[in-house]
Design a protein around this ligand. Structure first.
Ligand code: RRO
Length: 306
């Protein structure tokens, strides 16, 4: 697998394909990690997790048309910081025993929460923290919470607070939403590029507030009146465009991870061609399960890659 080796933030990876946040189920315990260590993912991404435990949104929260798109409004279901404080060391241990780094995605509702969550994840032994600046599905009293990455000043403040708490050398990634406004993407990239804290940018999260009806003419997804995060093959060209723009805007020292609509080995190569060093998969993993990593690696072996 030598030709697939890569590294992110100086962390050596056996190959460049891993699961995306939101796909490793930790609500019921460490089972998600135990399942993923049996797979051929190169790293294990857990979370996103929040300070408080959350049951997540209710009703139909994940659906779609296989091969076209998925929609979700999970609403950050996770067992909260206390659970991670207790169980993260064991998750890290079993991942490391299988030679897989453990990455943790954290989602704060304030800059201080991002700082606290990063601190406790690093203390628990996580190899990399992914600051989820792009969750589209947090609703409270009928109001949708801000998506942090669309506010450059807020991003700056989050990075400042996290750096103050964990130090500049910590291995920190940020995960962004897709930007439809190129100047806004560039503005946020400038903020990130100025921070020595960020070593990796992950793009992209789901496209916020998509909507469709089911066969009975009702919103397909229940929470938020049906407004939900769009993922899957439909968004791949957007994902490639985000990585291409980010590669042009960010300093070379920042590694890029591409996510969005990967279904085939060719899709992975496309992300690498536009500047990603690794990729994450969500929808295809949820559709097809842990075997997907082996299938990608098998298909890639048959191709000429540099
Ligand atoms: O939990 C979710 O609803 C969710 C999150 Br945190 C995220 O970052 N992206 C997404 O599509 N769903």
């Amino acid at each position: 697998m030598e030709k697939f080796e890569t590294n992110l933030a100086g962390i050596q990876l056996e190959h460049f394909i891993m699961n995306a946040a939101g796909t490793c189920k930790t609500l019921e315990g460490e089972e998600g990690v135990k399942r993923l260590i049996k797979s051929n993912t190169s790293a294990i991404m857990v979370g996103s997790f929040t300070l408080e435990e959350r049951t997540g949104n209710s009703g139909n929260v994940y659906d779609g048309r296989k091969g076209l798109f998925s929609l979700n409004s999970m609403g950050l279901p996770n067992p909260g910081a206390d659970y991670y404080r207790e169980h993260l060391p064991e998750m890290v241990k079993i991942s490391h025993e299988k030679g897989k780094p453990l990455f943790v995605s954290v989602a704060g509702f304030t800059p201080d929460e991002y700082a606290e969550l990063s601190f406790l994840s690093l203390k628990g032994g996580a190899d990399l923290i992914e600051l989820n600046l792009s969750c589209p599905n947090a609703w409270q009293d009928g109001q949708q919470k801000h998506i942090a990455c669309f506010d450059p000043l807020l991003v700056e403040e989050i990075l400042r607070c996290v750096e103050e708490r964990v130090g500049q050398k910590a291995k920190i990634a940020v995960k962004l939403s897709p930007f439809s406004n190129p100047s806004k993407l560039n503005e946020v990239a400038q903020v990130i590029g100025r921070s020595e804290l960020v070593k990796v940018v992950v793009s992209m999260n789901t496209f916020p507030n998509a909507f469709t009806y089911n066969e009975s003419g009702k919103p397909l997804i229940t929470p938020g009146g049906g407004l939900s995060g769009l993922a899957g093959p439909a968004i791949k060209p957007i994902g490639l465009g985000q990585i291409k723009q980010l590669r042009a805007s960010l300093p070379d020292r920042i590694d890029l991870v591409g996510v969005g609509g990967i279904v085939t080995a060719e899709d992975i190569l496309d992300y690498l061609r536009v500047g990603a060093k690794a990729v994450q998969v969500a929808t295809i993993f949820l559709d097809r399960g842990i075997e997907i990593f082996n299938e990608f690696l098998f298909d890639l072996s048959a191709k000429d890659i540099i």
